[in-house]
Write a protein that binds this ligand. Structure first.
Ligand code: XMP
Length: 505
């Protein structure tokens, strides 16, 4: 296994993802993990991620001292690279900002950059750079602006690279990670999802007491439930809360799916009115998320009291959710509060069971496939826990809710019919309070502006807007203005993540 120390880069997770792609298990941990804890994890090597800080500032994040003395290979990326330069006595200073693709010239034969040719395109994103090289290190690659863009101390097995091998814009970036992980660290390629399933089922079958599982209708909670059921059968009870914030007719579809397919202990609760009345008059996005989260917990608690006792609450939390919510002690800022992490009050007396906590989305889909979950559910686009509360901007009125539902259905339908649905990560329509002029019959009328958002992504960490053919956009626009009451304009969102997020709130 390879441990990645998180110094707060938006790309930290991508490093883990890339390493797992070649079947080596990789985990992201806070940058200041103690040496003791680190050794307990028994890693074959350590990667320092990038991060927003500057090493020469007094309060810059530093790894535990002694980390270079435990005999493990270390690869520093971007900020991690500068940390190494600084720690070993070189100098880092503010430099020309280098952002985007640069040509990396490969200076010396090295085990880290082997198989890369004489030069390659590498993705840079930094404002600091090495000014002088620490003793014992060789320059193995440079760019126009960074004389020490890649450095190595083979004897100490310490390597630093200023560029980001984990992003796809770096040509052969995966080769650099492979060289480090397989050749330098000699890590075993034994991480397979079959092993994961077997180990997880065997772990879960050891627990005692009943498990309560909230089903959202999405991939994550469904796969989590199927996995747990394989381990403990009827000791798992699933509950699906219809909060009124789901996609058009979704409650019916989920209910049918569970009743017909999985033969689980499954209950659907109609809680539409409770959620909608608590959200009345609320406009702040984080407040809406909070309310939805709290109400979920309340409904669960009531169900648990009636149908318990339960000892565990199962959730389909994924690895990126854990870090994005700031649960990691690393410096990554809290980006959004995800309702499904850590929001449980202590009086609930339920322990949390999160069997997918260390998996990325595409890994969860592959686990679901192995466990026989139908493709229709596995390949349904992800949907945020707070549902339409974050896709209806401003106050959540029944009118706007209906617009979001119907317009989203049209977007989904048109993508399915044209064969685009499975090619994109998410596709929906959002609505806020903006209005624009439309002409209905001979009358000028202010109608709602609907935002259509379709994005490509691999793991939701980054996303790009989908270049849909204009005929499809045109059909979507025509259908929404014709079929959905009170919509005048349809607008297509062309912001990528970062800096935007996938959901509007
Ligand atoms: P953002 O908007 O942060 O979304 O780019 C990334 C992915 O996460 C989904 N999402 C959520 N999922 N609870 C969830 O379970 C949430 O509060 C939440 N907010 C966003 C979003 O749909 C996208 O796939």
């Amino acid at each position: 296994k390879i441990i990645v120390l998180d110094f707060g880069s938006q790309y930290s997770h991508l490093i883990c993802r890339r390493i797992r792609e070649f079947s080596v298990y990789s985990e992201l941990v806070p940058y200041d993990i103690s040496l003791e804890e680190l050794k307990k994890m028994n890693p074959k090597g350590i990667v320092f991620s990038g991060g927003p800080a500057s090493v020469y500032n007094k309060d810059s994040p530093q790894p535990s001292s002694g980390i270079f003395e435990i005999g493990l290979p270390v690869l520093g990326i971007c900020y991690g690279h500068q940390l190494i330069v600084n720690k070993f006595g070189g100098k880092v200073r503010r430099a020309h900002k280098e952002y985007g693709s640069s040509v990396l010239s490969i200076d010396n034969d090295s085990d880290l950059l082997s198989g890369m040719g004489k030069s390659t395109r590498a993705w840079m994103s930094h404002g600091d750079a090495a000014e002088s090289l620490p003793e014992g290190f060789n320059v193995i690659g440079h760019t126009e602006n960074s004389f020490a863009a890649a450095i190595a101390n083979k004897q100490k097995m310490v390597y630093g690279i200023q560029f980001h091998p984990e992003v796809i814009h770096t040509e052969n970036g995966v080769q650099v990670l492979k060289n480090f992980v397989l050749n330098i660290c000699k890590a075993k390629q034994d991480w397979t999802l079959e092993n994961f399933i077997e180990n997880t089922i065997s772990e879960i079958s050891k627990i005692d007491g009943n498990v309560l599982c909230g089903i959202s209708g999405g991939v994550d909670s469904t796969v989590a439930a199927v996995l747990i059921q394989k381990a403990i059968g009827d000791k798992l009870k699933c509950v699906f809360v219809d909060n009124g914030l789901l996609r058009l007719d979704e409650e019916m579809e989920v209910n049918n799916m569970f009743e017909n397919n999985f033969g689980m202990n499954f209950t659907m609760i109609n809680a539409k009115d409770r959620f909608l009345s608590r959200l009345k008059g609320v406009t702040d996005p984080e407040q809406k998320r909070k309310i939805v989260g709290e109400e979920f917990v309340k409904v669960f608690t009531e169900f648990a009291e009636k149908n318990g006792p339960f000892k565990w609450l199962a959730q389909g939390t994924l690895y990126p959710d854990v870090i994005e919510s700031g649960v990691s002690k690393g410096p990554a800022a809290v980006i959004k509060t995800h309702h499904n992490v850590g929001g449980l009050p202590s009086w609930l007396h339920l322990q949390v069971l999160e069997p997918l906590r260390f998996l990325y989305k595409d890994e969860v889909r592959r686990v679901g496939k192995i466990l026989g979950v139908p493709d229709k559910l596995l390949y349904r686009h992800p949907f945020p826990g707070p549902g339409l509360a974050v896709r209806v901007m401003g106050e959540l009125t029944p009118e706007k809710l209906q617009i979001a539902k119907q317009a989203s259905k049209i977007v989904e339908n048109e993508l399915v019919v044209s064969g685009w649905y499975d090619k994109v990560w998410q596709a929906y329509a959002a609505v806020g309070d903006d209005r624009a002029v439309g002409v209905v019959g001979d009358e000028r009328k202010y109608g709602h502006v609907v935002l259509v958002r379709v994005v490509d992504s691999i793991d939701a960490m980054t996303a790009d807007w989908t270049r849909l053919p204009s005929e499809i956009l045109e059909r979507i626009s025509n259908r929404i203005t014709n079929e959905v009451e009170d919509v005048a304009w349809v607008s297509y969102v062309i912001s990528s993540k970062p800096p935007a997020t996938i959901e509007p709130q």
